[in-house]
Ligand binder design. Structure first.
Ligand SMILES: [Zn+2]
Ligand SMILES: [Zn+2]
Length: 155
């Protein structure tokens, strides 16, 4: 299976919840009661759990950075509509959804995350984003389109 940042974040959330539970339990012991002094180890465990949650979050962030491989096509697109941008006076706008970008997106390499693998009839593989795959679908007859998260056995 493909490990996603969401998996790690879910575990981090559980570790945080357990940390809070352990601390609340320790705090519930009455001051000066005999068990108070014996809960030191449990409090330390809560600190370790808190650190573990932070590490899981960090790992999730690293994985997200790794998986967000940029598309890299030489021109930008609307992430939802593809080759629908026009640029004027340094502002790009999608003709369909009217979303705007305050730079000439058409002039910059595409930084959207790669989500598709396209194999043309000659067997050449190209990875691209949701927006660029729309143009490729329109242009490339006989190509194979593989959604990358599907290729990883997810969904
Ligand atoms: Zn659009
Ligand atoms: Zn792209």
């Amino acid at each position: 299976m493909t490990v996603t940042p969401e998996h790690l974040r879910a575990l981090a959330g559980r570790a945080e919840a357990i940390t809070a539970e352990v601390r609340a339990l320790c705090d519930s012991a009455q001051n000066g009661s005999p068990e108070q002094g014996h809960l030191m180890v449990a409090r330390q465990a809560a600190d370790w759990l808190a650190r573990g949650a932070e590490d899981l979050e960090r790992s999730a962030a690293e994985l997200a950075r790794l998986q967000a491989q940029p598309c890299g096509f030489r021109w930008g697109v609307c992430p939802e509509h593809g080759n629908t941008l026009s640029s004027r006076a340094g502002v790009s706008e999608c003709r369909v959804c009217r979303r705007t970008w305050t730079y000439n997106r058409l002039d910059q390499p595409c930084g959207e995350p790669v989500t598709w693998k396209v194999i043309d009839r000659a067997g050449t593989e190209t990875k691209m984003c949701d927006g660029h795959v729309l143009g490729a679908r329109a242009a490339a007859g006989g190509a194979t389109f593989i959604r990358l998260d599907a290729a990883g056995g997810q969904q």
